[in-house]
Design a protein around this ligand. Structure first.
Ligand SMILES: Cc1cc2nc3c(=O)[nH]c(=O)nc-3n(C[C@H](O)[C@H](O)[C@H](O)COP(=O)(O)OP(=O)(O)OC[C@H]3O[C@@H](n4cnc5c(N)ncnc54)[C@H](O)[C@@H]3O)c2cc1C
Ligand code: SF4
Ligand code: SF4
Length: 601
């Protein structure tokens, strides 16, 4: 194998698994260390730079970083990923004043005007990145406040309004011109207003219907999940029948059933057509719903809405079982069991949502492709109409808040380059990186990483009777600073990298002997495939790299398996010649404004 090029910023970025997995590439270990040091304000600001909504995401993030966490790969039986999402909230809950640390307007105008259609996290991120550069930003949303689905869909018992308001307002206070209560019904009209660029962040606002027999007759008591949740959020809906059926197995279904319990639903059931293990909802959302006495009935597709005297009586379900072919494709096969009738006063349909662009005229040159989704470049977020960019759920279909944020950052870079007449593909700024030794004295390091099994701490919950009686009482109390510290200490500091200096190594093998995971091997070089199998411990996770040194005097090479390295630093501590050094690697995705030309200037 060739020696590893550690100058490539992506090499060590990949070793920081959580950061790599975060769509916005938030420097996770960096802010976790700050939390352990009780520097909550700084931890918050590190988050805010990347993910824009630390308090909101600290409660609601879909947390793609957690399955990637190295702690979850350790061998101990109870080892679970670090509670990264909950730690974000510790920083947000305990921070001091932060507004003065953010860009402060009024900003010097640059003469360019941008329209943002939709006021969700994608548009708000674009606004946050572009306003300080002097762009005049006009944000349109059909609702009377900003936040998009973070406001209309995520229930207050998971995300208190005060947290939402605070973080949305940090952005709106940057001098954004808001046009609330304004549904954009024509892109042609917006184009005619001479904006220099337009960003479409309108989400995926159309809830799917279920046109079964009885659907129309029982319309008064059948609700589309996302419309119903918006109705609750804006207090147009304050009650529901005692018996409620929620159809669907995703997170929307979990929010609908839990909201129903708070609005008067005594017997609330979730009925899913697929098996329990195939449900799309996050494990923690399912657990919370079940904890609120909501049974989940699986393998039961709805067949008919039963109506009596013009009023909904209940739903008939058939029974199926799942069969999977060799490629894992699922088929639902009827079991032949008799149908089941379940009584209901109200039914909520939560079976998915779609994009809808009835307001985009089809003769503008803006191409819409499969599923009525716009044709959007995945790197630049540009549509086929050069001055129109898309991001968030509007671009590629429903995802989550952190993905919308990541799109917003990238679209903002494109819009800035576009407005300055630069090439939006070739002029994109590279990430900035920093690699600094953590050594303070002979046996002292600036970070601390103990090799010990350590169970994940549970987040305390508010008393159930209290939360079920008021939909605005937050269920999760969050970690206090003591638990936050303990959980933060579970982080393995994957951003503190083991950097090997070939010329210093005397090949004493001391590092190899002390390494607790046997991830260092000195051996003759070879092809990766066979090399992986003849290391001290076979390196079987092909997704993780081998770190290969230059050839040593004995013609061997040092090979380290990045998969199982604990970043404990014992190798660096033990090495008599300091051939190993533990170096903190900071990787930051560059934001709009920091383009190649401005970095050079
Ligand atoms: C029930 C539910 C719960 C969810 N829970 C979570 C969660 O816990 N965590 C998570 O990460 N994600 C969650 N999501 C998904 C998340 O909310 C979205 O992925 C995210 O908000 C998408 O952001 P966005 O900026 O693309 O658009 P949105 O947040 O959808 O915002 C778009 C805005 O544009 C407005 N709009 C649409 N068309 C027009 C128009 N023509 N003119 C003017 N305004 C318009 C909409 O009304 C809306 O306000 C949830 C979604 C649902 C449905
Ligand atoms: S930091 Fe060094 S000693 Fe610790 S696991 Fe990694 S290679 Fe082994
Ligand atoms: S302990 Fe240091 S000198 Fe000895 S083999 Fe390891 S890196 Fe080389």
């Amino acid at each position: 194998m060739k020696p590893t090029n550690i100058q490539d910023p992506e090499y060590f970025h990949k070793v920081v698994d959580c950061q790599k997995a975060c769509p916005a590439h938030t420097p996770v270990p960096e802010y976790i260390r700050l939390i352990a040091a009780e520097r909550y304000t700084e931890a918050y600001m590190v988050n805010w730079e990347s993910n824009v909504f630390p308090g909101i995401l600290g409660r609601t993030c879909d947390r793609p970083c957690e399955p990637a966490c190295r702690r979850g790969r350790l061998e101990g039986e109870e080892e679970e990923p670090v509670a990264i999402c909950r730690l974000k909230r510790v920083a947000a809950d305990n921070k001091g004043e932060v507004k003065h640390l953010m860009p402060q307007g009024p900003f010097v105008p640059n003469g360019k005007k941008i329209a943002l259609i939709g006021g969700g996290p994608a548009s708000l991120t674009v606004a946050r990145d572009l306003a300080p550069l002097g762009y005049e930003i006009h944000l349109y949303d059909e609702w009377n406040k900003g936040g998009g689905m973070m406001r209309t869909q995520i229930p207050a018992f998971r995300l208190p309004e005060s947290v939402l308001e605070e973080e949305v307002n940090y952005i709106l206070d940057m001098g954004i011109h808001t046009h609330f209560n304004t549904y954009v019904s024509s892109l042609r009209e917006i184009l005619a207003k001479d904006y220099d660029a337009i960003f479409v962040g309108t989400g995926a606002p159309q809830g799917r219907n279920l046109p079964l027999p009885g659907r129309e007759e029982a319309d008064a008591n059948i609700h589309i999940g996302i419309e119903w949740l918006a109705g609750v959020a804006f207090e147009h809906i304050s009650s529901i029948g005692k018996k409620v059926i929620v159809l669907g197995g995703g997170n929307t279904a979990m929010d609908c059933c839990r909201t129903s319990r708070r609005l008067g639903g005594e017997s609330v059931k979730v009925v899913v057509r697929s098996p329990f293990n195939d449900m799309k909802a996050s494990a923690w959302e399912i657990k919370d719903a079940q904890g609120e006495d909501i049974p989940i009935l699986n393998n039961m597709p709805p067949k008919e809405f039963v109506v009596e005297n013009g009023r909904l009586k209940g739903v008939i379900f058939s029974h199926v079982k799942a069969e999977y072919d060799e490629s894992g494709k699922r088929k639902l096969i009827p079991t032949g069991e008799p149908d089941t009738f379940i009584e209901a006063d109200d039914v909520i349909i939560a079976i998915g949502q779609d994009n809808a662009f009835p307001w985009i005229e089809r003769d503008l040159g803006l191409e819409l492709g499969k599923w009525d989704l716009p044709v959007v470049d995945r790197l630049t977020f540009q549509s086929t109409l050069p001055q129109v960019f898309f991001g968030g759920d509007a671009a590629f279909g429903p995802e989550n808040v952190i993905t919308a944020v990541a799109h917003g950052h990238q679209a903002a870079i494109s819009i800035d380059l576009f407005c300055r007449g630069e090439d939006i593909r070739t002029q994109r700024p590279a990430p900035t990186t920093n690699l600094v030794s953590q050594k303070m004295g002979i046996h002292e390091w600036m970070y601390d990483s103990s090799v010990a099994d350590d169970e994940r701490y549970d987040v305390p919950h508010e008393a159930k009777d209290k939360t079920l009686s008021d939909r605005k009482v937050e269920v999760e109390l969050g970690f206090d600073t003591r638990l936050g510290y303990k959980e933060a200490q579970r982080c393995l500091n994957c951003d503190v990298q083991t950097v090997f200096n070939t010329s210093r190594c005397i090949e004493c093998d001391a590092c190899m002997d002390i390494c607790p995971t046997s991830c260092i091997t000195f051996t003759t070089n070879g092809e990766e495939e066979e090399l992986r199998l003849r290391l001290s411990a076979p390196a079987i996770n092909l997704e993780q790299d081998l770190y290969v040194s230059e050839t040593l005097p004995t013609q061997r090479v040092m090979i380290k398996d990045e998969d199982v390295c604990l970043h404990c630093g014992l190798c660096a501590e033990r090495c008599p010649t300091a051939a190993w050094d533990m170096q903190k690697f900071l990787y930051q995705v560059t934001k709009a404004g920091q383009t190649c030309s401005s970095l050079k200037a």
